[in-house]
Design a protein around this ligand. Structure first.
Ligand SMILES: [Zn+2]
Length: 662
């Protein structure tokens, strides 16, 4: 039996690539092994990339997160429908803190579905356009019920002038946002009834109520300015808009007739607008467009659209940066169905000098492969859109929910640096993931796939802040500052910005980030936490060598009172300098104990205040640590009186035992 054990041990040491850890023969070795596993995990997860100031801010960040968690644990917002929790979320203290965090860019955003409808309508109310605003609210409005539009004359039947009517902004918002509609249903829609939620959104007009308003030239640019202003308010500095084709704008002539504006004029106006906006708002990085087709469209239509797009893109390579297909994936054609035309778009992307990318919504489905083929007689299921997106070298993947079932593909995706645009709030309100604690975004992130958090259609849903998605993801997945910093960085790195502007983008984001860290650091250090009581519940290891300093960890709660403070660890009268590493962990190096074996009391001094732990530490003479050779000098040393057995020693010992046995 012992021979088998020894042979097994030998085999595993000689032939395995697994990092071997100290064997937990005693508490010291146990904690060394534990620390090694933990540090490996932290390094892989990019958790060690924070500066000393950021580490302090991170602790404060975790205090706020923990407070929200404690107060909402039994009524956890990320696991409840956003249509009932939005107000709770946006009123929370942690949410307000997250508003200030520089988030980089919002990379998955449908241009005219962004602005909060309340803000939109209020701006119209304060403009001359209010006189022209009508709502289709009468019985004859069969398919256009509650649509909004401007009319100067020839008002069609069924439309009511909003000004001087009984309509209030909040009543219109209730009728024209998905949250408003969901909350006004007599029978609530089930949280995972994706198709019913999409039907409510697309068939009844959530994505179209305001579509005619933004065709009017004046409103279009006011809208754009409001979107950018509100993005900057929550420290979002860059927007990558998905949108349909240009060429729908109009203005009113003297006689009140609508005169259309062609695509080129619209794009030229946008360039002018952008230049002016950037000069007034130097913190803003940029906005660019990804043009989409509706996936339900016929092959012929897509063919024409792609040809038109290629022609237009050549003239505006810095503004039009890519192509996508949109609409409910389970109800539209697959990418394979459109592949012949998509090959055309791909060929162009290859000769566009990186100015034009394909970026597909793909895998926005809960259905497994082969379960149901996509609509319209396509040969394959929605699930397989992921394959086609990868074949077409998609620059990023929009949603990618179906990848939850394909962990074997994560390596491929992360090695090719294809970011996934994760939209938690959108996925929840459209019925894909009812409980965001189970959203696969966290798995992608922890698997090394770059992810970005994005809003999708917040305006149509009933708000406009990307902070909502940041809050939901942070609370549901227990993210920290290092994670959110990574997302912000990803949003620039994996954006479709030209490389020179990407560099500028990094610089502008960095400036905001440094300002945020400076002010948050001061905020963290000015907290008194007067109501918090510190409690030390354990010390590990509770014994160690008397003639060598080792790190021991104090575990407990209420450690936030030590944030930014001097921490002194006391082993009876001997003092060392402690360090807070987590809200429940303080590290104390042990003092040398002058060749004395003894048991001492542990206490902490935090800014002159003594905290007795009631715990003891024992200095002993020697400890054995079986070192597999991968541990280095900081965790165990072959000098001193620690008995260190390394891999070679085990092998020699084992061989001797085998010879002796025979
Ligand atoms: Zn989308």
């Amino acid at each position: 039996m012992s021979l088998l054990l020894i042979l097994g041990l030998l085999f595993s040491i000689l032939f395995s690539n697994i990092i071997l850890l100290p064997l937990p023969f005693n508490q010291y070795a146990y904690m060394l092994a534990r620390e090694q596993i933990k540090q490996h995990d932290r390094a892989v997860q990019g958790q060690n990339n924070l500066t000393s100031e950021e580490k302090i801010v991170n602790l404060y960040f975790q205090v706020l997160r923990a407070n929200d968690f404690i107060s909402t644990k039994n009524y956890f917002y990320p696991s409840r429908p956003i249509e009932t929790e939005l107000e709770n979320i946006t009123n929370s203290r942690f949410y307000r803190f997250l508003t200030l965090l520089p988030k980089g860019g919002n990379l998955h955003l449908h241009e005219f579905q962004v602005l909060d409808r309340k803000i939109f309508l209020e701006s119209i109310k304060n403009s001359p356009e209010y006189d022209l605003l009508y709502i289709c609210d009468q019985n004859s409005c069969l398919t256009k019920k509650y649509y909004l539009n401007y009319f100067k004359n020839n008002i069609p039947p069924g439309w009511t002038k909003v000004k001087n009517s009984n309509w209030t902004i909040s009543e219109i918002v209730k009728k024209t946002t998905l949250i408003g509609m969901l909350n006004n249903l007599e029978k609530p829609l089930y949280a995972t009834d994706t198709e019913a939620r999409w039907n409510l959104a697309s068939q009844y007009g959530t994505f179209s109520f305001y579509a005619d308003l933004v065709k009017y030239n004046e409103t279009r640019f006011n809208y754009m300015k409001l979107v950018l202003d509100h993005a900057l308010k929550e420290n979002v500095q860059f927007l990558e808009f998905r949108r349909g084709f240009f060429g729908n704008l109009y203005y009113f002539d003297k006689n009140g007739l609508q005169i259309s504006i062609n695509a080129t004029d619209e794009l030229n106006s946008l360039l002018k607008f952008k230049k002016k906006y950037l000069s007034k708002n130097p913190n803003f990085i940029d906005f660019i467009f990804i043009i989409y087709s509706i996936r339900k469209s016929s092959k012929d239509k897509i063919k024409n659209q792609i040809n038109n797009l290629i022609n237009l893109q050549k003239s505006y390579p810095d503004l039009i940066r890519g192509y996508d297909m949109v609409g409910e994936e389970d109800q539209g054609h697959t990418l394979l169905f459109h592949s012949e035309n998509l090959i055309n778009a791909f060929n162009y992307s290859q000769i566009s000098n990186r100015s034009f990318n394909l970026l597909f919504h793909a895998g926005e489905t809960n259905w497994p492969e082969k379960h149901i083929p996509s609509n319209h007689g396509d040969g394959v299921s929605t699930f397989e859109n992921i394959y086609d997106a990868l074949v077409l070298r998609t620059h990023r993947i929009g949603h990618g929910l179906s990848l939850a079932k394909r962990p074997d593909m994560y390596k491929y995706i992360s090695e090719r640096k294809i970011a996934i645009e994760v939209c938690p709030a959108s996925n929840q309100i459209l019925g894909y993931i009812a409980d965001l604690r189970n959203h696969p975004g966290i798995v992608y992130h922890r698997s090394g796939i770059p992810i970005v958090l994005a809003g999708d259609d917040p305006g149509s849903f009933g708000y406009n802040q990307l902070t909502v998605d940041f809050y939901l993801a942070t609370m549901a997945w227990s993210l920290n500052l290092a994670d959110l910093k990574q997302f912000a960085w990803n949003s620039i790195e994996y954006s479709s910005l030209p490389s020179n502007r990407k560099n500028q983008g990094f610089q502008k984001w960095r400036n905001q980030w440094d300002l945020f860290i400076n002010s948050s650091y001061k905020l963290a250090c000015n907290q008194s936490f007067s109501n918090v009581i510190m409690n030390i519940s354990d010390i590990l290891p509770a014994y160690g060598p008397y003639d060598k300093s080792i790190n021991v960890t104090l575990f407990g709660s209420g450690f936030e009172i030590a944030i930014c403070k001097n921490i002194t660890c006391k082993f009876n009268e001997k003092e060392t300098k402690g360090m807070i590493v987590e809200l429940n962990e303080i590290i104390c190096p042990t003092p040398l104990n002058n060749n004395r074996l003894s048991t001492v009391s542990i206490s902490l001094i935090i800014d002159k205040k003594i905290i007795q732990s009631g715990l003891k530490f024992k200095f002993i003479s020697s400890l054995s640590v079986i070192d597999d050779g991968t541990l280095n000098t900081t965790t165990s040393s072959k000098s001193n009186k620690l008995i260190v057995i390394n891999k070679e020693t085990i092998i020699i010992l084992s061989i001797l035992i085998i010879i002796w046995t025979f």
